[in-house]
Design a binder for this molecule. Structure first.
Ligand SMILES: O=P(O)(O)OC[C@@H](O)[C@@H](O)c1c[nH]c2ccccc12
Length: 392
């Protein structure tokens, strides 16, 4: 009988049954040289011969173990199987950020016009691909999964946001621990992540966002780990450019309770796959959108609980808080309310009027960095931002 395929920890399609799933252990096999689907790592299907009983065992395993309805007959996977490039599939969804699929930095002589990133976000992503490939070589997934077992217990990120909203009547604050950014340069010379985290917590932050990207934001996973180990109780968002499921496990192993998934970078199938992994790990996924098309894509995905509307365009750095209003108007706002999704207003919030502006259009949490981190005491700055002391 023809037609089963599998990889390790991957999407698996069983053509006879038109089923598709994510599977943990190598079951049957596929060609090692077949192209991989990005994060899920599944290989393009190469029909292999296997016995009827193997096929039945595979199907039974998939059915029993996995919640796969979303993946069945996924258009993306069918396109990929039929030979479309991954960048073409992403482009069809309106994604402008291309992947380079590099695992090593190109040497100077190898670079050419076509090979250059088109904007800062694309540059970050191309860089991240190499960084993750290198990380994975030294710490393979199995090793990171082992480390997850001894990670500090997960905290309820969404629960903390709801609780804070109910307690204060203001959007819950996710306060950001960020030393620098590509758009603003160094925001704070004297940067002690633990001290900043503690003062944020003391002054009423519901959750914290910790930048872990080193090259562009001067962050690091050691900051996440240090904050968690210092006894800070707020749930922690790992602020990273996630392009590979490996990074989610890694974030959890370092104590993260939530991760950021950027819809402008990740095709639908990746978002589904990654939110599924978050769910399994007990983490929250903050899915970030910037325009109507991204918002519509994310609203169509089942099980999304937290959407961040970024007022900053990560390709041009333009900031406009009216973006939050635009994306919550009309039908979109209605769907958000029907589904009980918590919307986080992100970036460019400086004064109490900004907070009430986004609150009035339906935001129940805000993500704030610059306006706090630049103050002498970032925690004390919280009451200035809200126009009121919101500490417990
Ligand atoms: O410093 P601001 O303008 O308050 O913004 C915070 C946060 O929204 C911003 O850092 C951010 C939002 N989405 C991102 C994605 C990657 C890096 C950074 C971000």
């Amino acid at each position: 009988m023809e037609g089963i395929l599998a990889g390790t920890s991957q999407i698996v399609r069983v053509p006879m049954m038109a089923s598709l799933a994510v599977i943990r252990s190598p079951m049957l096999f596929s060609s090692e040289r077949a192209p991989r689907f990005p994060l899920c790592g599944a290989r393009r299907l190469v029909p292999v011969r296997c016995s009827k009983s193997d096929e039945e065992a595979a199907i039974a395993y998939i059915r029993k173990k996995l919640m796969i309805d979303d993946f069945v007959n996924s258009i993306e996977v069918m396109e990929w199987e039929s030979g479309m490039s991954l960048n073409d599939i992403a482009a069809k969804q309106g994604i402008r950020i291309r992947r380079s699929y590099r695992t090593e930095y190109p040497s100077e002589g190898m670079k050419n016009e076509q090979d250059s990133p088109r904007n800062i976000l694309e540059e970050i992503i191309w860089d991240k691909e190499v960084e993750v490939a290198q990380f994975k070589r030294t710490k393979p997934l199995e090793m990171v999964k082992k480390a997850v077992e001894s990670a500090p217990p997960v905290r309820d990120f969404i629960g903390a946001l709801k609780e804070s909203y109910d307690r204060t009547g203001f959007p819950a604050l996710i306060a950001e621990v960020k030393k620098a950014s590509p758009s603003r340069g160094v925001l704070r010379e004297n940067f002690d992540p633990v001290e900043i985290a503690k003062t944020y917590e003391k002054h009423g932050a519901a959750c914290l966002s910790i930048l872990t990207d080193r090259k562009f934001f001067q962050g690091g996973f050691e900051n996440l780990e240090a904050v968690r180990k210092a006894g800070v109780e707020c749930p922690l968002l790992c602020k990273e450019f996630i392009i590979d499921a490996w990074q989610i496990y890694y974030a959890r192993s370092k104590g993260a309770d939530a991760v950021l998934l950027i819809a402008g970078v990740l095709p639908d199938l990746d978002i589904k796959y990654m939110t599924m992994i978050c769910r399994e790990l007990g983490m929250a996924a903050l899915v970030e959108v910037h325009d109507e098309r991204e918002m519509d894509r994310v609203l169509r995905i089942q099980g999304i609980q937290l959407i961040g509307i970024n007022n900053r365009n990560l390709e041009t750095f333009e900031v406009d808080i009216a973006n939050t209003k635009k994306l919550l108007e009309g039908k979109r706002g209605e769907i958000v309310r029907q589904k009980g999704i918590i919307v986080v207003g992100e970036s460019g919030l400086f004064v109490p009027e900004d907070i009430s502006y986004v609150q009035n259009v339906g935001v129940r949490a805000v993500l704030v960095g610059e306006s706090l981190i630049k103050q002498a005491d970032p925690g004390k700055a919280i009451s200035g931002l809200f126009g009121k002391d919101i500490s417990k």
